[in-house]
Design a protein around this ligand. Structure first.
Ligand SMILES: [Zn+2]
Length: 205
């Protein structure tokens, strides 16, 4: 889904963002605070294809979802979920779970200075959110994120060579070796191909 519009909403001194996403006639609304989801709610609507998409944002049906998001922030209902979690008193490891299959059989690897989680039951892979980032991690995180959300990612080989896998950064390893090691660590497959006289690398899992 792509971000269509952000509505700012202030409550008790905090600036919330109510983000409206769509994929053609499917709409999703979610509240964010400091770039992270403000709660576990999301609101969705599937509009009839007869609707003119240019006018969809103005519809009461979509505005209603925004109002619901604001209302749920004001109601503080989600704080009850958070206090329930606190009372469970679980450690970080026993709180882990695979959102694809519900398994708690998760292995944690440290990759690119952040945790990578791997479900042992369905091979689902996901990552911890970074608190701070660096240019080469921006390039690499785009790859892992696109593979997770779109299934694959294509990147200009020269970007990887100049930003992520510079030979001088790891004197002992060639570009090819760094690319190979990184892909193995992240459990990714890759292939090189040319398009319009340029070299690209496609990643998938
Ligand atoms: Zn799983």
């Amino acid at each position: 889904m792509r971000l269509l519009k952000t509505v700012m909403f202030e409550f008790e001194g905090s600036q919330y963002e109510i983000r409206i996403y769509n994929q053609a006639w499917d709409f999703k609304v979610k509240a964010y605070l400091n770039d992270s989801p403000a709660n576990g709610y999301s609101y969705s609507a599937t509009l009839p294809t007869a609707i003119d998409l240019n006018l969809a944002l103005e519809l009461d049906a979509i505005q209603y979802l925004v109002e619901l998001a604001k209302h749920d922030i004001e109601s503080k209902l989600w704080e009850k979920v958070e206090s329930h979690i606190k009372n469970l008193n679980k450690g970080a490891a026993e709180s882990l779970g695979c959102r694809k299959c519900g398994s708690r059989n998760i292995i944690v690897h440290l990759v690119d200075e952040r945790d990578m989680f791997e479900c042992q039951d369905c091979t689902n892979i996901w990552y911890a959110k970074r608190k701070t980032t660096r240019p080469h991690y921006c390039v690499l995180d785009d790859i892992t994120e696109d593979v997770a959300t779109q299934g694959s990612h294509e990147v200009d080989a020269s970007v990887l060579l100049n930003v992520a896998f510079r030979p001088e950064a790891h004197k002992e390893l060639s570009f090819e070796d760094q690319l190979k090691n990184w892909s193995i660590q992240n459990k990714l497959k890759y292939e090189s191909f040319s398009r319009d006289g340029k070299e690209f690398i496609r990643f998938w899992r």
